[in-house]
Ligand binder design. Structure first.
Ligand code: HEM
Length: 500
């Protein structure tokens, strides 16, 4: 009989098989959401493409409304239906209300940058309270009405000159100038024109900061080696320069406001913040520091300027592609306003069809298609899947706007779909989320919405619009440009024809 000897490697093999089996059981207990297979090290980064919201939309068609990916070492969960968005923004709002590390923050010596991305905590709570109660309250937004009206008048005036010479207007450029002027005056007082030199330079800095926001910093996803990659690609240098320039500019602006006497109701945002700082000092409870003031100003500029411009450009683009809708919107505005010469903010609530056309624009073109990433702070379940702390969560508002279970003929631009519907855009209806929702939702809804509706209404009241010679509506380019906010890739150029 041959003696039975156990090969030396067998116990090792058994142990390994046992460990693999245990790992599998543990993994299955974890019940992660489904998603595409990930590569070692980079995870699913290579599958996101330039327009991540579109790639994620395609993945959600295959894997369902809750999917999980990996960006380097960071788990990412993306939800793409109204029900799952509600779970994140309402049911698990507190579990997911932090912001992840963005753009390698923490690696720079500018405290205000870390605060601007505001992870959940005392700082953020305080800032949110100031934003909602002091900066963007209805009363405050009303106090800036004269700024919106003056700037829209000046836009109409400049478009009239192009109409007189029958030359095309670059609306992407003009509307960005409008929103930048308004936000500049709201935040810093004075006028963009008065401060042309300074504000022009500042606008360049904001553009650079906004474009940086759309970049992926390797240090956010590869904690050990990412910082080397960011240095090699030059991203670190760009960020450092941008942060320093912004800091110097904001400091100078705050210094100029200090000690300035301002009438109640005429304050700009810097005045309001300095007043709160002073009150807190008097009460001995300082929570608002200079870094906070700078962080709030940064947020206002980055979040407030291009979002309203993007909405107006896509709205006008869709109207040019849909002449029936264009006619109906113009007829409504001209009937309501009559021969008053211009649309005022009081008229806006009577313009129901314009309001529907704006909602329809946001359904198809939410300016921030994936909102701003959230970070999980306590574990929870969604659709039976476990979600763990430190997971990034994104809501694909772009995909929700195209969900055929919610919207009939989702690719059609049909404002009438909102007639008699209660769906609004303020974060309570998860089918339409241009401003996000929950505690991280946009605090500037009234400010943004009033400005863009006023500008659109006046442009549509005062002018008819033609495509440049030789172009038909089928030639209009609908391509999106990559970024955290999604612009129309090519500028919208149209010829205005004066109507009154
Ligand atoms: C059409 C105009 C606008 C749109 C579509 C828009 C959209 C958004 C979205 C999608 C978010 C992220 C919400 C989330 O993650 O749930 C956001 C956040 C924010 N928005 Fe707006 N926004 C607009 C105008 C403005 C304006 C005019 C301001 C200020 C002047 C502003 C200030 C902010 C701030 C400070 C945040 C960060 C909130 C936080 O993290 O707590 N936005 N906005």
């Amino acid at each position: 009989m041959v003696p039975f000897t156990v090969p030396a490697w067998l116990p090792l093999l058994l142990l390994l098989s046992f460990l693999v089996a245990v790992k599998k059981v543990m993994e299955s207990k974890k019940r992660h959401p489904p998603g595409p297979p990930a590569l070692p090290l980079i995870g699913n980064m290579h599958q996101l493409g330039k327009l991540a919201h579109q790639s994620l939309y395609q993945m959600s068609k295959k894997y369902g409304p809750v999917i999980r990916l990996k960006l380097g070492s960071v788990p990412l969960v993306v939800v793409s239906s109204p029900e799952t968005a509600r779970e994140i923004l309402k049911v698990h709002d507190t579990d997911t209300c932090s912001r992840p590390k963005l753009l390698g923050t923490g690696n720079y010596s500018y405290n205000y940058l870390d605060i601007a991305f505001a992870p959940f905590g005392e700082y953020w709570r305080e800032m949110r309270k100031i934003s909602v109660l002091e900066l963007f309250s209805n009363k405050r937004v009303q106090s800036f009405r004269f700024i919106r009206e003056e700037e829209v008048d000046s836009l109409v005036e400049s478009v009239s000159q192009s109409a007189a010479s029958k030359s095309p207007v670059d609306l992407s450029e003009k509307l960005l100038f409008l929103t930048a002027n308004v936000i500049w005056r709201v935040a810093f007082g004075g006028s963009f024109e008065e401060n042309k030199c300074e504000s022009g330079v500042f606008q360049e800095k904001v553009n650079e900061a906004t474009s940086l926001m759309g970049c992926f910093a390797a240090s956010d996803f590869f904690p050990c080696v990412g910082w080397i990659v960011d240095r090699i690609t030059g991203l670190h240098g760009r960020l450092k320069k941008s942060a320093k320039e912004m800091d110097i500019f904001l400091q100078k602006t705050i210094d100029k406001h200090e000690g300035k006497k301002v009438e109640e109701g005429k304050e700009d945002i810097v005045d309001v913040l300095l007043k709160i700082e002073k009150q807190q000092k008097e009460q001995g409870s300082v929570t608002l520091t200079r870094s906070h003031i700078k962080a709030i100003l940064m947020d206002v500029f980055i979040a407030g300027i291009d979002t309203a411009e993007i909405t107006m450009v896509w709205a006008l683009t869709e109207l040019m592609r849909n002449p029936r809708v264009m006619k109906k919107v113009q007829a409504e505005i001209r009937e309501v306003v009559g021969n008053k010469g211009k649309v005022s903010e009081d008229d806006l609530e009577k313009l129901a069809y314009l309001n529907m056309a704006v909602k329809e624009t946001w359904r198809l073109h939410p300016p921030g298609p994936l909102l701003i990433p959230r970070e999980v702070i306590s574990p929870f379940k969604i659709n039976g899947y476990n979600i763990y702390p430190k997971t990034r969560v994104q809501v694909n508002a772009w995909a929700i706007g195209r969900d055929p279970k919610v919207w009939k003929d989702p690719e059609e631009f049909l404002p009438e779909r909102f007639a008699g519907s209660s769906i609004d855009f303020k974060g309570q209806h998860f089918e339409l989320l241009p401003f996000g929702g929950g505690r991280r939702g946009c605090p500037g809804i009234n400010m943004g919405n009033t400005l863009l509706q006023l500008a659109l209404a006046n442009l549509l009241y005062r002018f008819d619009w033609k495509l440049p010679d030789g172009m038909s509506k089928e030639d209009i380019d609908m391509e999106e440009a990559p970024g955290l906010t999604v612009h129309k890739k090519t500028h919208l150029e149209l010829i205005p024809v004066s109507c009154i």
